[in-house]
Structure formats: structure tokens, C-alpha cells
Design a protein around this ligand. Structure first.
Ligand code: OAD
Length: 230
């Protein structure tokens, strides 16, 4: 086996204290997606949106990676082949665990993006509505988060990796949001073996060859030991 492609979602960070989206009482039960995760919501009420992400940025900055993040970093360091991690998460817990190659397809809380010229730069811990862009000076800074209706980052490169994967593993994602939810079918179509890690089968659970039910902090260290040992 040469190449492993990993996809992570909010479930891997749940045990680090960061809430998931679709659980009972999760982020999307407390906030309307249209209000805080769409370009239209930002245009309507930039203060609400900027403050929502300020709070999440502060939470993520205080969070520590758990055994699941550490296991994947160990896989990257010790696997005798290529490991590519695509995350839907906007926290930086994979990086904090020492992972080197992380593709943030939904953006990152640590980033700011200019709505006028698309310049990206490291976000202040507390952003304010109307902050200026350091490149073009437009008062158009926004969190570097991919909102609903926007194109996720790095799609072309991700599909190339999926086409070359020998093994595709999806971890802690509910399989509700496309295009990420379609990655398993894509990898499988190109011949990859597929495995899911979740508390329960996801919405695309039937596309996987193997499902490991349980919390990622327990199932991932065991699986990584298996892959590295086998
Ligand atoms: P969800 O909240 O939709 O799903 C989290 C998944 O993690 C669920 O399937 C849970 O069963 C699982 N889970 C929870 N705790 C777990 C644990 N300890 N171990 C393993 N699995 C666990 O979150 P995502 O699928 O990541 O996008 O959501 C996808 C996208 O929807 C997000 O990136 C975000 C959101 O709207 C944007 O904001 C653009």
C-alpha cells in the first residue's frame, strides 16, 4: 500500500471540547446556518458573523489535540508511503498534534480573507467588522472560512489524491455536506479500500468497506498501530 488519503470532520475534535455541528445541542442547533455561514448572512450582519468566528477562534486556540489527532500525526510520520490529510475542520488541532500536511478545504479560523481582492493573511485573534485588507486596504476583511454556497479550497488537488489513493479513511464526519461527502464514492470508484470511523454509520456509511464504531480517540490509535504493524 502506497497512499492513504484521510478525511476528517468535527467528530475528531469533539473530544477536545469543540462542539460538532449536527449533534443535538450542536452548533447548528444554536445558530442558523443562513445567519453565520453564508455570504448573504455576512452581508446582512457582519458583526454577528465576525463575533461568531471570534468566539470559535478563541475556543480552538484554547483546545488541545486528543489521541485521535496524535494517532494520525503518528501515521503521517511513520507510514512507509504517502499520507494526505484533508480536513473539513477549521480548527488547527491536526497542526498542534504535529501533522505536517493538512489541507483545510473549508478554510481555517487562523486565517483572514479579503472580500475585495481575495488576499489571505493570518487573522487577528479578535477580528472586527470592516477591518482593512493589508494588501488592497479595502475594509473587507472576513474570516477565511468557506461558507455554504462557496467553493471549497484545493478541490482539484484533492480529487487527484482521491484518484491515486489505495486506502481512504473518513473520520468523524456525518456525510451530509458535499463535496466532502462524495469523496468516499470517488476514491472507491478508483479502486481504493474505504474505511469509516464514527460513533454511528454516517449518511454515506454504505459506501465504506469497513466501519469502526467508537470514539476516534480510541479507534484511531488502534487502527494506526494496525496499519503500521501490518
Ligand atoms: P457534523 O456535526 O455534521 O458531524 C460530526 C460527526 O462526528 C457525526 O457523524 C458524529 O457521529 C461524529 N462524532 C462525534 N463525536 C465523535 C467521536 N468522538 N469520534 C468519532 N466520531 C464522532 O460535522 P461535519 O461532518 O464535520 O462546514 O460537518 C461538515 C461541515 O458541515 C463542516 O465542515 C461545517 C458544517 O456546516 C462549514 O461550516 C462550511
Amino acid at each position: 500500500m502506497q497512499k492513504i488519503v484521510l478525511l476528517t470532520g468535527a467528530g475528531i475534535s469533539a473530544e477536545s471540547g469543540l462542539g460538532t455541528f449536527r449533534a443535538e445541542g450542536g452548533l447548528w442547533a444554536q445558530h442558523r446556518i443562513e445567519d453565520v455561514a453564508t455570504p448573504e448572512g455576512f452581508a446582512r450582519d457582519p458583526k454577528l458573523v465576525v463575533e461568531f468566528y471570534n468566539a470559535r477562534r478563541a475556543q480552538a486556540a484554547a483546545a488541545e489535540p486528543n489521541a485521535g489527532h496524535h494517532a494520525l500525526a503518528r501515521l503521517e510520520a511513520d507510514f512507509d508511503g504517502e499520507v494526505v490529510l484533508v480536513t473539513q475542520n477549521v480548527d488547527d488541532l491536526h497542526e498542534k498534534a504535529g501533522m505536517k500536511r493538512v489541507m483545510h478545504m473549508h478554510g481555517a479560523l487562523t486565517g483572514a480573507l479579503c472580500g475585495a481582492c481575495d488576499h489571505r493573511w493570518p487573522a487577528n485573534m479578535v477580528m472586527r467588522p470592516g477591518d482593512g485588507c493589508p494588501k488592497c486596504a479595502a475594509p473587507a476583511a472576513r474570516p477565511d472560512i468557506v461558507w455554504f454556497g462557496e467553493m471549497p479550497y484545493d478541490m482539484e488537488e484533492i480529487y487527484e489524491h482521491l484518484a491515486q489513493a489505495d486506502l481512504f479513511a473518513s473520520i468523524g464526519t456525518s456525510g451530509n455536506v458535499y463535496p466532502a461527502a462524495g469523496f468516499v464514492a470517488e476514491a472507491r470508484r478508483h479502486g481504493a479500500r474505504t474505511i469509516e470511523f464514527n460513533l454511528e454509520p454516517s449518511a454515506v456509511g454504505s459506501d465504506f468497506d469497513d466501519i469502526r464504531i467508537g470514539s476516534a480517540s480510541q479507534t484511531l490509535p488502534a487502527w494506526v498501530a494496525e496499519v503500521l504493524g501490518g
